[in-house]
Design a protein around this ligand. Structure first.
Ligand code: CS2
Length: 471
């Protein structure tokens, strides 16, 4: 086990919202390494947004947990002590606001997944159909949406006369800082106009591109942790060795020296975000739906299937044509490195984990590059295949007839739309295109794209995943 180099009396300077596996494998690891290299009171207080159990488990071990890096040849456990305490949000909204008002807290980082922002992703504005957002806009004293929670905390901070905060989204969303700022300001303008001006003047919302493949912890994770630690660690997690973090250089105050841990601090994150969302996450969604339909449990299994691996590599090649210029960036080498990461036999990354919440993911991963490809006469076939595989996945049956669960905030609407559409592929594509809350940016109305998607859907239904992947 690599021991933690952090001092025992480290103080807290970061409040993190969303205590999932990804935070514990990514920002926590960068922050621990940055403190080790450059010092600073940047301990993390982490908030579990839904699950009180995880906060209890972490607090019982003073925030300590084992992070296991799954190198292809051997696991490397790391002792993590950067999280100093945890709290669970349910019932603790006012405690959270008080923590955000504490002058010792300088940065709030956020991983709440795509659907956690209370946002309409396509228009970067509040999703007023979201019950929590509607309640908070009506002036709820116990906020439940992310923008409502942040406004309540910032209002208390402002009233206490403390300075502005840096609030940083670390979710896989395009222009995630802009999106967060937009929904927070929209909420503030409607509930407290003076707060909105204060936020504009004093707070900063850097965008960031985050990357580290982190499967859900499994029995194997816990067994490896117990072996390294000599006792059980119910908060242990595992991750791949690779990590990347690109952060927009705009902060309201001080920050950890994350660059000493390998993060890139840059004026513009957008080209990095586009590259990662389209090549890594887009390919992930494509392979997750194909894999689920073929009853392949994990990403590594899809990579071991030649026809599917070729389709995934081909998709990366097709969408590479839509990437902005990034000096020194070699799309082919990046794609090859992604294939190698996906194929890592030590990582059991479940297709169903990635397949979740497709309605919130496909906009930035598939529809936006598809729109760019349509505009330039590029190759749209792999994007159409990804959409078709998602629709077939939503229909709930694998190629062998096994049941597939649809885990998506729009699940009921998707099912109703497909049921009303009847058996024809073109009608199904049209029905999905008409779904409220799916930011397909007109791509499903494009006759060429709609026809390609319907064709792929028919092929999937009649000939199965491998035939469809071969085109
Ligand atoms: C994945 C991501 O679950 C998903 O949708 O595509 O979590 C992916 O593993 C990470 O973004 C990798 O950095």
């Amino acid at each position: 086990m690599t021991p933690s180099p952090l001092p025992e009396n480290l103080k807290t300077g970061i409040l993190h919202l969303g205590l999932g596996a990804f935070h514990r494998a990514h920002q926590a690891a960068y922050t621990q390494d940055a403190i080790a290299a450059a010092g600073g009171d940047w301990g993390i207080e982490a908030v579990s947004m839904r699950n009180p159990h995880l906060a209890e488990v972490l607090n019982a071990q003073d925030g300590r947990y084992t992070l296991i890096e799954r190198h292809a040849d051997r696991p490397k456990p790391v002792d993590m002590t950067v999280i100093r305490s945890a709290m669970a949000l349910p019932g603790n909204q006012s405690a959270l606001a008080a923590r955000m008002a504490d002058p010792a807290i300088r940065i709030v980082t956020i991983t709440v997944t795509e659907k956690g922002y209370g946002a309409d992703i396509g228009s970067a504005s509040l999703n007023r159909a979201d019950a929590g957002v509607a309640k908070d806009l009506a002036g709820s004293t116990s906020p439940s949406s992310l923008p409502g929670l942040i406004c309540a905390g910032l209002a208390q901070r402002r009233a206490a006369g403390n300075g502005g905060l840096t609030l940083m989204s670390c979710d896989n969303l395009p222009d995630n800082g802009h999106l967060l700022r937009a929904v927070v300001l929209e909420m503030a303008r409607e509930t407290d106009a003076a707060l909105a001006s204060w936020i504009e003047d004093t707070c900063r919302f850097p965008s960031s591109m985050v990357d580290r493949i982190t499967p859900a912890a499994s029995d194997e994770t816990f067994a490896l942790a117990e072996k390294a630690l000599g006792k059980p660690d119910p908060a242990a997690i595992e991750t791949e060795p690779f990590r990347q973090w690109v952060i927009e250089d705009t902060f309201a105050g001080p920050r950890p020296a994350w660059e000493t841990a390998g993060a890139l601090i840059v004026p513009d994150v957008a080209p990095f975000e586009t590259m990662k969302l389209r090549l890594l996450n887009g390919a992930h969604s494509l392979l997750a739906y194909l894999g689920a339909l073929a009853e392949l449990p994990a990403v590594r299994d899809v990579m071991a299937d030649e026809a599917l691996r070729k389709a995934v590599r081909g998709h990366m090649e097709a969408v590479s044509a839509t990437l902005p210029d990034l000096p020194g960036f070699d799309a082919g080498a990046y794609a090859d490195a992604l294939i190698a990461r996906f194929a890592n036999r030590a990582i059991d990354h479940r297709c169903l984990q990635i397949a979740m919440d497709g309605s919130q993911k496909l906009a930035q991963r598939i529809f936006t590059p598809a729109k760019d490809l349509l505009a330039t006469g590029g190759d749209i076939r792999s994007c159409a295949l990804a959409v078709a595989a998602w629709i077939r996945f939503a229909e709930g049956r694998t190629d062998e007839g096994g049941e597939l669960e649809l885990n998506d905030p729009l699940a009921a609407d998707i099912r109703a739309a497909l049921a009303a559409a009847g058996p024809g592929s073109a009608a199904k594509v049209k029905a999905i295109g008409a779904l409220k809350g799916l930011a397909h940016q007109g791509v499903l109305y494009d006759p060429q794209f709609a026809a390609a998607t319907a064709g792929a859907l028919t092929l999937l239904a009649e000939k199965g995943v491998r035939a469809a992947a071969a085109g």
